[in-house]
Design a protein around this ligand. Structure first.
Ligand code: UDP
Ligand code: MG
Length: 310
């Protein structure tokens, strides 16, 4: 029988782990596949790990990897992929926002030959207007800036074939933007849609800083077009400056020296100064990334694990 690994990154999810397990087993018990429920404990500070171990004592299909600290969902998923032993992998959130009822459909599509069956959400209940709005703006911006097509309104909830998993595992960059990687690897993709429910219990781990961070991450790890925009901006300012310079020189020759001009000098200085700072910031983002990647540090450390393929 084929084995399917369900990877579940968990960070402070003690309230939902048990419900999650029940809901998922309800679905998978009806299917004729072997399942592995691989929980990745991402340095939770609550009883998440204890809950997982309790589940493992009852059900050997439950395996886990306990990371040494909180690394963030992207790395947690990466660790999950490294330890998954199945012929296919399904990535799911622990909070039941990704409905387990889609699992059979995903598997069917995989059997049809698709490598990446992703779930697209048609509605996002329980999410604030601001979150939906900012996420829409971000997708727009990203698709403008990059050539890789990143799927809109799609989370990490998806089934990946062995081929796709191997491809993803070969990306060892420490600054990961997994959603982009899914697009980057290519392969046969299939979309299925669902309505996203609000979280079953517990609180969201996201805040705006994290989202802004992820957005910057997403753009800078994927494209260098901000650098090009900076160059372009510099070009425009240079042309503007040249025109203004010619104007000033001609005016001075015609009308003589014109001492006042404090306001214009100060505003030009401030304007150019800030443009320079912004461009340096953009440059810095990339230099920083180069620095981080060249260190070539291991992605994560684990405390211990039970089950899995290593
Ligand atoms: N998560 C994680 N590490 C983190 C933050 C989140 O493993 O540092 C997990 C979390 O436990 C959940 C999933 O990532 O299973 C999605 O998190 P959350 O539900 O908070 O995000 P949202 O659904 O609000 O985007
Ligand atoms: Mg959630």
């Amino acid at each position: 029988m084929k084995t399917i690994t369900i990877i579940v990154p968990c960070y402070n999810e003690q309230e939902v782990i048990h419900t999650f397990y029940q809901e998922v087993t309800k679905v998978i018990d009806k299917l004729s596949y072997d399942f592995e429920l691989l929980f990745v404990n991402d340095g939770s500070r609550d009883k998440t790990l204890a809950e997982i171990i309790t589940l493992r004592m009852k059900d050997k299909r439950v395996t886990y990897v306990d990371l040494s600290r909180n690394y963030g969902k992207e790395i947690a998923m990466g660790a999950g992929l490294d330890y998954a032993s199945g012929d296919a992998v399904i990535i799911m959130d622990a909070d039941l926002q990704d409905p387990p009822r889609l699992i059979p459909t995903m598997i069917e599509e995989w059997e049809e030959g698709y490598d990446d069956v992703y779930a697209k959400r048609t509605s996002r209940k329980g999410e604030t207007f601001m979150k939906k709005f900012t996420s829409r703006c971000f997708y727009k911006l990203l698709s403008r800036l990059t050539r890789v097509d990143i799927q809109k309104d799609t989370g990490d909830f998806r089934l990946l074939s062995h081929k796709a998993v191997e491809a993803l595992k070969s990306f060892r960059e420490s600054q990961r933007y997994t959603k982009g990687l899914f697009s980057l690897i290519g392969f046969n993709k299939k979309e299925i849609t669902f309505e996203r429910e609000p979280r079953a219990a517990g609180t969201t781990k996201w805040n705006y800083w994290r989202l802004v961070g992820l957005a910057i991450e997403g753009i800078t790890t994927f494209t260098i077009s901000p650098l090009r925009i900076a160059t372009f901006f510099g070009g425009i300012t240079a042309i503007g400056a040249l025109v203004y310079m010619i104007y000033i020189v001609v005016r001075t020759m015609v009308q003589g020296v014109d001492i006042p001009g404090y306001a214009s000098i100060v505003s030009i200085m401030l304007f150019l100064g800030s443009i320079q700072l912004i461009c340096m910031g953009i440059l810095g983002e990339y230099v920083g990334r180069v620095f981080n990647e060249t260190k070539n540090r291991p992605l994560y450390f684990i405390n211990r694990h039970e089950g899995g393929n290593q």
